[in-house]
Design a protein around this ligand. Structure first.
Ligand code: ADE
Length: 310
């Protein structure tokens, strides 16, 4: 079974992904953090090369200012990932530790990321469990609602100690290419013969329905001399970034509104003209917005303003 899996990976695996073609642990670590909530293609084509161009080493990242790191993360969302990445670089500016136990102690490195760094970076014999691999393991062993411990135990039974890196990457690709949540392609699967879940693969993918929360946000727009008034955010969302000022709305001053999804929130964002300068303003030139630490939400808000505003 292990040999079939590796053969399949050799032939069909996503070998061209840049973080699979480097030995640089920092680059592998960065890719894992970016890939947590962002699609592979967007990370590969946009965010990963752009971030590495700005911060090519752990050392360079450790010497950067937090605003610069957040600005480089613009558009990726979940900005605590950028703050944790920066904090980890400051704690270990020369190299990341080599053991799972040391890695999980670092900010933003959880069980998955620590094991991914150990397996993909250091070629250690360790189980990696991301959502794709978990689904493969649940189906292969026909496990209904297993906890982390039993998943880990099951995955360790098939772990290939001769090439744990390729083994884990193969399971990951199998999960994303064939053993998909809907309509898995069992007939093409290298594990088909010994898979215990192949009769009813959909039994092992039932997940809890996501709960969304609707929320309205009201922002003020104040532009003078080709500069826009922004404020430092402090709340739970978007901490440390620049935002439009939150206001109590006056309906007569309404400009426009749009919908935006952010983590569990389904936001309706409404923009209003401000008559006077808001408190605690940071002025940003309209021509320099691309270098400011702005969330996708704020970028979208500014882009939604009618041209008469800008
Ligand atoms: N290769 C290594 N880690 C990966 C990940 N998290 N997603 C996709 N491909 C990867």
């Amino acid at each position: 079974m292990q040999a079939k899996l590796l053969q399949w990976y050799e032939e069909y695996g996503r070998h061209e992904l840049p973080w699979r073609n480097t030995k640089d642990i920092y680059k592998i670590y960065l890719s894992e953090i970016m890939l947590q909530q962002t699609q592979v293609n967007r990370v590969r084509d946009e965010y990963y090369p752009q971030f590495l161009a700005k911060f090519p080493t752990l050392k360079a990242l450790s010497l950067a200012k937090e605003e610069e790191v957040i600005a480089a993360w613009s558009g990726l969302g979940y900005y605590s990932r950028a703050r944790n990445l920066h904090a980890t670089a400051k704690l270990c500016p020369n190299e990341l530790p080599k053991s799972y136990e040391e890695l999980v102690k670092l900010p933003g490195i959880g069980s998955y990321t620590a094991s991914a760094i150990c397996a993909f970076g250091y070629h250690q014999n360790i189980v990696v469990l991301d959502t794709n691999i978990k689904r493969v393991i649940k189906r292969y062993y026909a496990l209904l609602n297993p906890n982390e411990k039993s998943l880990n135990h099951a995955a360790s039974k098939i772990l290939n100690d001769k090439d744990p890196r390729a083994h884990n990457l193969a399971l990951m690709d199998l999960g994303s290419m064939l053993c998909t949540p809907k309509n898995p392609e069992c007939s093409l699967c290298p594990l088909h013969q010994t898979c215990q879940g192949k009769e009813e693969p959909q039994l092992y993918t039932q997940t809890k329905k996501k709960q969304y929360e609707a929320m309205d946000l009201f922002y003020g727009v104040y532009i003078r001399d080709a500069k826009i008034a922004l404020t430092q955010t402090e709340g739970r969302m978007y901490k440390g970034m620049l935002s439009l000022p939150e206001i109590d709305p006056i309906e007569d001053h309404f400009i426009t509104s749009f919908k935006h999804a952010y983590t569990k929130y389904r936001l309706t964002v409404k923009l209003y003209t401000l008559q006077e300068e808001p408190p605690n303003t940071t002025w940003v030139s309209l021509s320099d917005l691309k270098n400011a630490p702005l969330s996708s939400l704020v970028t979208k808000a500014i882009a939604s303003l009618p041209s008469s505003y800008i």
